[in-house]
Design a protein around this ligand. Sequence first.
Ligand code: T1G
Length: 695
Amino acid sequence: MSELVRFEKRGAIGVITVDNPPVNALSPGVPEGMAECVAKGNADPDVKAMVLIGQGGKFIAGADIKQMGKGNTTPTEWRETVEMSEKPVVAAIQGYALGGGLETAMLCNYRIASETAKIGQPEVAIGIIPGAGGTQRVPRLAGVQAALDMIVGGEHYPSSAGKDLGILDDIYSDDGFLDAAIAYAEKVADVRPLPRVRDNDAKLAEAKDNPGIFDAMRKKIARKARNQRAPYACIEGVEAAVNLPFDDGLAKERELFKELVAADEAKSLRYAFFTERQARNVPDIPKDTPITKVASVAVIGGGTMGSGITMTCADAGLPVRILEMNEEALTKAMDRIRSTYEVSVKRGSITAEQVEERMARITPVTSYSDLGDCDMVIEAVFERMDVKIPVFKQLDQSMKQGAILATNSSALDIDEIAAATNRPESVIGTHFFSPANVMKLLEIVRGEKTSKEIVASCQRFAQQIAKVGVVCGNCDGFLANRSRVPFNLEMNLLIEDGALPQDVDKVMYDFGYPMGPFAVADLAGNDIGWEGRKRRYAANPDARKLPIPDTICEMGRFGQKTRAGWFDYKEGDRTPYPSDVVEKIISDYREEAGITPKSFTEEEILRRILFSSINEICKILDEGIAYKATDADVMWLNGFGFPRYRGGVMFWADQIGVKAVYDQISAWYDELGDRWAPSPYLKKLAEEGKSFTSD
Ligand code: T1G
């Protein structure tokens, strides 16, 4: 018997424990170990029933993703041993049963879970489908529509929902859960015939009489699943459960799984999964660096960002105090928070009861003296140094020693802010992306004097609030926004050179962005970028001007809010329509500037825009502001909507090849000038034949 899975007897119950830290993945040896233990229980006349449980308060997190795509095929005989056990096997789920973990539980005769456990089939999130019977057994337990929702959505469900759906037989307290599971096994020990999920087709009937259920699902996911195969394969797997005998359905599932697991989509999504976790490793910060556990947070500023950050903390179960200058501003902030939650209630993503629970965690205050005992404070006031500095001077007076003093600034100098306090070692950037309660990225910016403990504490805090934390150094725009500057410049210069906004938007939309960048500018408001450019023009008369967007803004074409921007909009319709007015602005500019418009291929537009940022990321890596190219990918996936099924902008570049990227940038350097000067980091990588993202 493998040490990964052990068997022990508690009276007449055989307890089988999976012990494969950190998440009890079904690594080689675990499936075989479970089968061996079930066989051992069946062979032991003193054993009447068995419990399958996981060590460490978690059941099984699924197949070992690290083993995927390596061509090794996992044996499947173990599944039959478990499913055809002569004695009842009870899956006792704590923590989580995900993917192959839930599939293992569905091989068992019964499934119970603890109150805080979660279950799910999240395989679609890594570009595959359940490959161990999930598409065949979930519909038999939960019905076809529920199975489609669970498998195509890939979400984790609370155990209460699992019971309501019929996947779980009962729920017990986390305390004494193993004893409850043993008692449950004793209760069912003599039940015959043994219930087996495969034998029960009753819940498939709903779809046999309504095959349209599958096309309706395909229609429903079309926008989000664009350019992807796995979500549609999930539907095909469940469809096979309805239309084929069980074993044929399993075979169909296996065929779909094999096709997907080796495809680029799955490789990219596995890459995204692991790099988000690798981002937690900061080269000079040991994993055992002491951290401040954040148990209470203060937020300064109740504007859009401050409210969103406050909600993020409340959503994570943290008590949070929000400070504004006066009662009126505070009331406005609290109303904004409540109304945002109420939109989520209308959407069905949270309940009214959860809104009250979260609102109760938020304490509005107007005095800094009400914040002093918080473990962390996040400043989210206006993005101007002359506004932030006084706040940090005040925080330096008010906050307890050891508190984390964080700024939500998106670009300003962390060192300058830190210098306003007597404790620069406690000052750090925690840059949230708008809307802060939705976007997953948390850019953690360390100043020259920020201590390792504070950095490590913020990394841990990011996990606490379900964000993806990425650490970088301090420079104008940090890693995220600085890497996006060339993207924004290049898209505008392409318009000067001959492309139209709709050409660029089509390329980026077809590539996988949810919206084209000019449509995004119209959504966010062109005046925001315009204000920034005017500040830059005033500060530096030699700064490159962008006459076309400036003219558009001078005409008051700020975007959707003025029903005119880069595109035209109709009343009550957010669809961007190409604008004759804008095309005239563009052609007039080109004529005045003596530019003969060029025509671009779609690939040229795509590479002009993305290669410009890839070159900038190389410069940021060269300066040591970014630690690894994969961190930039994590930021682009979680902060900028880069299509996840392409892995990340650097991972995508690796598929083209570093040398090819370097050669193209060098060619544009010759043709288009200094802004395309290749980074020495890029040149070196190309010469050494290395890649951006693999060691
Ligand atoms: N395989 C390998 N390593 C895994 C893993 C997995 N399934 N899940 C997590 N890890 C590693 C992770 O990389 C990290 O490593 C450490 O464990 C802690 O993870 C047959 C084929 C389970 C909810 O998709 O959702 O089953 O960085 O930081 O926040 O049909 O991990 O420490 O070196 O995320 O407590 C389906 C994926 C697989 C679940 C725990 N299952 N994992 O969250 O820890 S496909 C999944 C998660 C499948 C079947 C198919 C989360 C978690 P390191 P963590 P966490």
